[in-house]
Design a protein around this ligand. Structure first.
Ligand code: GLU
Length: 317
């Protein structure tokens, strides 16, 4: 056993399934050639943005017109943002506009389809299987750094005029020995699991985004958090795992995720998953000053950002 394997066993001793065994549990989707599998993956924050409605219409149409599948997955890994009844709110919101999903959440805790659970808080055991495997392969590691230490690092980086963040030599726990980690674990200190990034910011690579076209990106080199100390995944960790296991072919999502694409590409590679097609939507803009300027439609400032507005004002579906 290598030290990394020993470490993975120490951190996840209750996990005794491999990613390969887990994958066997799901059927292969039996779809015609060229079929596209898409999803809408909102967080249950009690608000359905008109941009989300637009994005899901595109995802639904692209699945429907190719004989594929379109499903609803709830991304509830940030408990601080969650609103009670938020899932039902989303499900009912879509019903009100006659947008039907082929699979996924149908109520607060029920779903239909073979690839469930379609709600991330019920998938924590799945994320652990991949976290263990990543640690065993040296692709991830436990990090005990505190908020205060992170703040100190950031200050130093600013003083030195270098990029801020947890990467390379700044990443204190990246190459810690098994002994040092064991000592820290014994003190009962909280830890997160971070990616052991092997990217180099100096290297660029090309990709094709189906909306943006050909783009050139720089490799990721940040040791991003994958699992938080409460055992919940970050979006970055859950995205490749869920979309791979649910056999998504096209990721249609908001532009705000475009900057994280190099990280997601690195993760897909490290997991050994086939990369899906990415399609990043531009945000919906609002014209102002008689059309002379525009700004992003805002959840806070613009009542018409909320789908409820259209229902309340009697807009036809
Ligand atoms: N939960 C993410 C969001 O609401 C989903 C992004 C995605 O579609 O991958 O922005």
């Amino acid at each position: 056993m290598t030290d990394n394997e020993k470490l993975s066993q120490l951190l996840f001793e209750d996990v005794n399934v491999t990613p390969e065994e887990l994958e066997q549990k799901y059927p292969q989707r039996n779809l015609p050639d060229g079929a596209r599998v898409t999803r809408f993956a909102p967080s249950p924050t009690g608000f359905l943005h008109i941009g989300g409605l637009f994005a899901s219409m595109v995802a639904k149409l692209t699945a429907d017109t190719t004989g594929g599948a379109f499903y609803l997955r709830i991304e509830d890994t940030d408990k601080t943002r969650e609103v009670e009844g938020g899932i039902k709110f989303i499900v009912d919101g879509f019903k009100a506009f006659d947008i039907n999903f082929d699979e996924g959440m149908i109520g607060d805790s029920d779903w239909s389809g073979d690839f469930g659970p379609y709600i991330q808080s019920k998938r924590l055991d799945i994320y652990k299987v991949y976290a263990k495997d990543m640690v065993a392969k040296g692709n991830a590691y436990p990090c005990f750094i505190t908020e205060e230490e992170l703040e100190e690092i950031r200050k130093k980086q600013e003083e030195m005029g270098v990029r801020t963040g947890y990467y390379g030599n700044w990443a204190k726990w990246r190459d810690a020995s098994l002994e040092d980690i064991k000592k820290e674990l014994e003190t009962g200190k909280k830890f997160v699991i971070r990616l052991y990034s092997t990217g180099n910011i100096e290297n660029s690579f090309k990709m094709n985004d189906l909306i943006k076209g050909n783009v050139t990106l720089r490799e990721n080199d940040m040791d991003t958090v994958l699992l938080k100390s409460d055992g919940f995944p970050t979006y970055h960790f859950a995205h490749p795992i869920d979309d791979h296991l649910m056999q998504v072919t096209h990721i249609t999502r908001g532009d705000e995720w475009f900057a994280s694409l190099p990280l997601h590409v690195e993760l897909f590679k490290k997991f050994g998953f086939e990369l899906p097609q990415y399609c990043h939507f531009a945000p919906l803009m609002k014209l102002e000053n008689e059309g002379k300027s525009k700004r992003k439609l805002s959840k806070r400032k613009d009542p018409e950002a909320d789908m409820q507005y259209y229902i309340a004002h009697g807009y036809p579906k």
